[in-house]
Design a protein around this ligand. Structure first.
Ligand code: PLP
Length: 215
């Protein structure tokens, strides 16, 4: 990351590493916290609720991001546990999160997930509907949108998707860009990522059976 930031003539602190700990238990996460990592990502609310309350209690200052789809019946737990939700992609969820933040008197960072590849099986609002959705979140629900997030199609050149996400963010006056994973975080940093979500490069390969079930 340091090298990629330097190559892009960006400052060292301009990109946050979100360590993606999905499928790994507390025993595997502890050494990463001990090494100084503070920001973590999980893709399932239920799995995160099983391991993170204790980890957060033991290590103050941890910031936890939800990077996977959120069901509206999990909104309460999600707003309680997570410090950021990166997967806001429909009005129903945005409304439920807004309501829950009011009820809990808690403010967390919100990112809108954009399905830049318009893949039917993938979460995220399509690029053509993003401006309107962002405006709705801001104007009707009074939500602050901290950033945009995307997961490019596995078989496509990611830079096209990173550039598209940056363009949508810029025209909407949004600063945060969550893009780039183990295989392409350096490319994402060149395209302006403020958050990279890196799992296997930190924790090692995931058990594919578990990873599939939880994706
Ligand atoms: C699992 C996951 C990652 C991390 O992927 P790696 O290739 O292991 O770095 C990043 N973003 C999301 C949304 C994920 O689900």
């Amino acid at each position: 990351m340091a090298e990629a930031l330097r190559d892009a003539r960006r400052e060292p602190g301009e990109c946050t590493l979100v360590a993606v700990s999905k499928t790994f238990d507390a025993e595997a996460i502890e050494p990463v916290i001990a090494a100084g990592q503070k920001v973590f990502g999980e893709n399932r609310v239920q799995e995160a609720c099983g391991k993170w309350p204790a980890l957060k209690a033991a290590h103050p200052g941890i910031e936890l991001h939800l990077i996977g789809p959120l069901q509206s019946n999990k909104t309460r737990e999600a707003v309680q546990l997570f410090d950021a939700i990166q997967s806001i992609d429909r009005v129903k969820i945005a409304r439920a999160v807004a309501k829950e933040m009011r009820a809990q008197d808690r403010s967390i960072e919100l990112f809108v997930q954009v399905n830049t590849g318009e893949e039917p099986q993938k979460a995220g609002i399509f690029p053509g509907q993003a401006d309107r959705f962002i405006a709705q979140c801001r104007d009707e629900l009074e939500l602050r949108i901290a950033g945009l997030m995307c997961i490019p199609p596995v078989d496509e050149e990611p830079s096209l998707h990173f550039a598209l996400l940056e363009k949508i963010a810029r025209r909407n006056g949004i600063d945060g860009l969550s893009m780039g994973m183990s295989g392409d975080f350096d490319v994402a940093i060149a395209f302006g990522a403020t958050h990279v979500r890196v799992g296997s490069a930190i924790f090692g390969a995931r058990d594919m059976k578990i990873a599939k079930a939880s994706s």
